[in-house]
Design a protein around this ligand. Structure first.
Ligand code: ARG
Length: 399
């Protein structure tokens, strides 16, 4: 009789490699390995072969980069998504997409379980599982890392006993996750929040001291909130992100060092490298400051925060996120124009912005003779604006 099948999110690393064998041993399942390309610089062909060599009955590589850009990064750009005002939610965003493809493969192959290699302490287990629960509510989910209780040494022993290749080179002392929108680094010496990250924690960005002494400028053209032009050239968003990851990274831009509040209640010290995300978000905010009304700008800050938390907390496939995305989308109707930025030794500064929909009115803003603002109206405005506090002061006496 044919065995039941499990779809495993496979990364090619030790944990998910051991998981292939472990799922066969412990649950007597046939394993279908799935690796997702979300723009990480990695050889997925080699990873695909490795899964088969270990004993997966099938090994799939899904190129999901365009979908990641169109349906995940795009709304995040419009939302200026930053968790706790700092982290561009790069890892968080990829998890629901991974969940989506695990479900897709499970349905196509008639699998009745899905497995992933996340640990029991992180946010990623939550995001992948909540995505699966929303898309395939009744499928069984197995998290080998949470269940098997093997130490690192025992895992290596298990791998050796089962002819699973253990990386010969000393493995990175960090836990790293990468995609087109950023690189996340945690663990190792980074667990001491007082210690400055050693140089080997970084890979996409140069140490600011070692960057060019000349200033670099970059000009980004946006259409309805989305970058479409870079330095005069019309390119796809994916190409623009790739160019900016390199250009900004070479100038030391995009490093984030923070202690963040995980969903599972732990505070953790995280390092991120998100050069394109930082540049694009700065530029997008600058263009919004020109094209959105004050009221919309201020209201949207709250929506941006709600969106970022929904992404970080694993509520991607949810009515809340759908509604937030609708609001954010409609706010972008006139966010069209250009922003010029200066990249220099780790800093990214907006130095110019323009838009055919600009609400900036020189006649109103200027202090020179062409001033059109009604100074006399200000008097009546202030009388009424300050009235509530004037009444309060007289009655309850602050003076
Ligand atoms: N703390 C970040 C987040 O929750 C990054 C997680 C990184 N994941 C990893 N496997 N290293 O989104």
């Amino acid at each position: 009789m044919a065995k039941d099948k499990v779809v495993l999110a496979y990364s090619g690393g030790l944990d998910t490699s051991v998981a292939i064998k472990w799922l066969q041993d412990k649950y007597d399942l046939d394993v279908i390995a799935v690796a997702l390309d979300v723009g990480q610089p990695e050889d997925l062909g080699a990873i695909q072969k490795k899964a088969l060599a270990i004993g997966a009955i099938e090994s799939l590589v899904v190129d999901a980069t365009d979908e990641f850009v169109d349906n995940y990064v795009t709304p995040s750009i419009k939302a200026n998504a930053l968790y706790e005002r700092a982290y561009p939610v790069s890892t968080s965003l990829s998890r629901p997409l991974i969940g989506y493809y695990l479900v897709d493969v499970a349905k196509k192959h008639g699998a009745n379980a899905i497995a992933h290699g996340c640990t029991g302490k992180g946010n990623d287990q939550v995001r992948i599982e909540t995505a699966i629960m929303a898309l395939h509510p009744d499928i069984k989910i197995i998290a080998p890392q949470r269940e098997w209780a093997m130490s690192r040494e025992e895992e290596i022993e298990y791998a050796l006993a089962n002819n699973i290749e253990v990386p010969a080179t000393k493995e990175s002392p960090y836990s790293v996750d990468e995609n087109l929108w950023g690189r996340s680094v945690e663990a190792g010496v980074l667990e001491d929040p007082w210690l400055e990250p050693p140089p080997d924690a970084y890979s996409w960005t140069k140490e600011p001291m070692k960057t060019p002494d000349e200033t670099s400028y970059v000009e980004i053209g946006f259409e309805k909130g989305i970058p479409t032009i870079i330095d005069g050239e019309k390119l796809s968003l994916k190409e623009i992100i790739l160019i900016l990851n390199k250009a900004a990274g070479d100038n030391g831009v995009g490093r984030i060092d923070m202690v963040e509040n995980r969903l599972v209640g732990i505070k953790s010290r995280e390092i991120y490298e998100c050069p394109a995300a930082i540049v694009i978000t700065s530029a997008h905010q600058a263009l919004e400051s020109l094209t959105l009304t004050r009221e919309l700008t201020h209201y949207k800050f709250g929506v941006e925060d709600a969106f970022s938390r929904a992404v970080y907390f694993g509520h991607w496939f949810s009515p809340l996120t759908d509604c937030l995305k609708s609001f954010i989308d409609s706010s972008q109707e006139h966010v069209t124009g250009s922003v010029r930025l200066k990249l220099y030794k780790g800093s990214c500064t907006v130095v110019g912005r323009n838009s055919k929909y600009s609400l900036y009115d020189h006649g109103l803003a200027t202090y020179d003779q062409s001033d059109e603002f009604s100074h006399m109206s200000a008097k009546g405005f202030i009388d009424i604006w300050g009235l509530p506090n004037k009444v309060w002061s007289k009655k309850q006496g602050k003076s």
